[in-house]
Design a binder for this molecule. Structure first.
Ligand SMILES: Cc1cc2nc3c(=O)[nH]c(=O)nc-3n(C[C@H](O)[C@H](O)[C@H](O)COP(=O)(O)OP(=O)(O)OC[C@H]3O[C@@H](n4cnc5c(N)ncnc54)[C@H](O)[C@@H]3O)c2cc1C
Length: 604
């Protein structure tokens, strides 16, 4: 009779999933935690892995019936919809702990003359935010002749199709600040187009792609007993793993920073195995590596978990369970247009081609000397270029030197625009899972045909397709012609093997990606030390190397820094109000005594 109890228990487990979702309150501050905690008791998860001998043919039939009865697709979608609607933005889950570390020696004042080094997303956003806060004397100093750093879009060959060589995607539960500014500036060109689910090939010679969802399910199905169950039972099993992961993530990132660092003192793969998330290794490996964030076998778990946070996992969940919402979007008019809109808004001031040779800071000013010998005086500076590179011009103090020397940028993310004979394959984005192996450095990871995202109906009318490919190299190599030729040769081989025909390579970008602390540096608490130094020597450090390489994270880090201005203002406001309340009672009592006098006179 054991199989009957297994059947019933699985059915109950799935039914309780629905109930938990139905009871879920959208406005709850921690919905994902509440939802997951209600249906993943130890007893239930043990039931998901019975031994072979426990399952007979009849019991399988009953399990199948129980599962089908326990969860109709529609109900399953309702559950996930509620979960998605109630999701708390990631800032609450991750950045609050970093904000708590800020204890600035100096907070910039509205009349200060401020220099921002670097006109990438971090510098441009910081300038815009300071303008919103009323700062009038802010200048962005950019060494290049163009703005936007790693946001690089080209509109060549097919002018109506933006080709993203750098920053590309936004994610539904993140990028709130990006959207807020688009709305605040009336940016009519800001439009997020959902990207279709990527297809996955096992190897380059593999001609049968499967959707990412099918790939996930098939990885799970390989494990007994899911192989024998209907597809949606495997989907649910993956969803259960993901929800358990979200719960674990939420509780980890609610801890003090030092506890987070010590709990993640290992590579991402080791952390996943240690915490029982072996089955999520394929999906997390894909999410991490194809974004250029490194092989999960090598990347420190802190960075891996920073990116693979509930917001991303929720996106996977949503698509996986056939929700309408897509896990990512692409900007219709190109990411670079977003920054140009801000640049042209008249609210920020940028000096291009500005080459700094020296930056000297003291407790009351910052002096910047350019390569052609000009000196500029500022009251405050924000350094947003990569911090290790900043050592070339910065008068770094010993602790700053220790912090920045602990960073490494040995990897490259390579994007290449190529064209090929038009294919009738409707897939817009494809990835090859073979490239997730650290032994396969520089091999073709992903291709994106953006025209198929923007014009899914009329791609058949084009003679040639224009695509962007992605390769990743972890080892340190100087960016020489020889290196670039090697990258191109590897790419061509893989593209040919993958069936692309008549290939022409147009342009290649080798990006340093991304400067981050080693595990040793993290263990020494270097990012924490950096946060504690913010504001000292009239300096803020911002940009991708301070915490994480994404536009969302750069913006959130900026917001953490500028929150100190708000905090100081509200403290001053409290002070002013307390002065005001100290005055008001005297005035009131004076008025009252006048009134009392008046009453007395009238009575007389
Ligand atoms: C291929 C690729 C794909 C990506 N995809 C995404 C994505 O889908 N979504 C996402 O959110 N992010 C993505 N990113 C990451 C995102 O582009 C970066 O995180 C972001 O650009 C970082 O902004 P930043 O301002 O910190 O640095 P950068 O963009 O690197 O800008 C730094 C700026 O500082 C300037 N500078 C450097 N040194 C000096 C100096 N000494 N003096 C003056 N100026 C200096 C540089 O010229 C540059 O303009 C991607 C990046 C790449 C390369």
């Amino acid at each position: 009779m054991k199989y009957v109890s297994i059947t019933l228990s699985i059915a109950c487990l799935l039914a309780s999933t629905c109930d938990a979702g139905a009871a879920f309150v959208v406005s709850s501050p921690q919905p994902s935690t509440q939802t997951t905690s209600s249906f993943l008791g130890k007893k239930d998860s043990a039931l998901l892995t019975p031994t072979t001998s426990q399952i007979s043919k009849t019991s399988l039939f009953m399990v199948r019936k129980g599962v089908e009865k326990g969860l109709e697709l529609k109900k399953k979608q309702e559950v996930l919809k509620k979960l998605n609607e109630g999701y708390v933005p990631s800032k609450a889950q991750r950045f609050n702990k970093w904000e708590e570390l800020l204890d600035p020696e100096y907070t910039p004042q509205v009349t200060d003359k401020i220099a921002i080094v670097g006109a990438g997303p971090a510098g441009l956003h910081m300038a815009f935010k300071l303008n919103e806060l009323g700062f009038q004397h802010v200048t962005v100093l950019e060494k290049d002749v163009r703005i936007a750093g790693k946001s690089f879009t080209e509109y060549i060959y097919e002018k109506e199709v933006p080709q993203e060589f750098g920053t590309c995607y936004t994610i539904p539960y993140k990028y709130q600040e990006l959207r807020r500014i688009a709305a605040a500036t009336g940016n009519v060109f800001f439009e997020e187009i959902p990207v279709p689910e990527r297809h996955v090939y096992a190897d380059y010679t593999d001609k049968e792609p499967i959707t990412q969802t099918e790939w996930l399910i098939s990885s799970k199905k390989k494990k007994f007993p899911f192989r024998l169950l209907p597809d949606f039972a495997s989907e649910i099993a993956v969803a259960v793993d993901m929800l358990r992961f979200i719960r674990k993530h939420d509780s980890l990132f609610a801890k003090p920073i030092n506890d987070i660092i010590s709990a993640t003192n290992m590579d991402l793969k080791a952390w996943l195995i240690k915490n029982g998330f072996d089955d999520l290794i394929p999906v997390i490996s894909l999410a991490n590596t194809v974004q250029g964030y490194g092989y999960i076998d090598h990347v420190p778990a802190l960075y891996g978990l920073w990116w693979n946070a509930p917001a991303e996992i929720e996106g996977f969940l949503a698509t996986k369970l056939r929700m309408v919402k897509q896990p990512a979007s692409i900007l219709r008019n190109g990411f670079v247009q977003y920054w140009e809109w801000i640049y042209n808004s008249g609210r920020i001031n940028v000096k291009e081609g500005f080459e700094i040779s020296k930056m000297e800071r003291s407790d009351d000013r910052v002096v910047i000397t350019t390569k052609d010998g000009h000196k500029y005086d500022y009251d405050f500076c924000v350094i947003t270029c990569n911090l290790k590179d900043a050592l070339q011009f910065l008068d770094a103090r010993p602790e700053e030197k220790e912090i920045f020397d602990g960073l490494q940028d040995r990897s490259n993310l390579i994007t290449t625009l190529f064209s090929c004979q038009h294919s009738t394959d409707p897939v817009a984005i494809s990835s090859w899972t073979t490239s997730l192996d650290p032994q396969k450095q520089a091999r073709l990871m992903t291709v994106r045909n953006s025209a198929k995202i923007f014009f899914p109906e009329d791609v058949g009318t084009r003679d040639r397709d224009f695509l962007i490919s992605y390769q990743y190299v972890e080892e340190s190599r100087p960016n020489t012609t020889e290196y670039r030729q090697e990258l191109e040769a590897t790419l061509l081989n893989d593209l040919k093997a993958a069936g692309f025909q008549d290939i022409e390579i147009h342009e290649q970008k080798v990006w340093p990606y991304f400067q981050r602390w080693t595990q040793e540096g993290l263990n020494k608490g270097l990012p924490v030390k950096l946060m504690r130094r913010q504001g000292g020597l009239r300096t803020w450090f911002a940009g991708a190397s301070t915490l994480f390489e994404s536009v969302h994270d750069c913006m959130e880090y900026n917001l953490a820094l500028t929150s100190t201005i708000d905090k100081q203002r509200s403290e001053n406001g409290r002070f002013m109000r307390s002065v005001a309340t100290a005055v008001t009672p005297q005035e009131t009592s004076a008025t009252e005594s006048v009134n009392e006098e008046k009453i007395r006179v009238e009575k007389r």
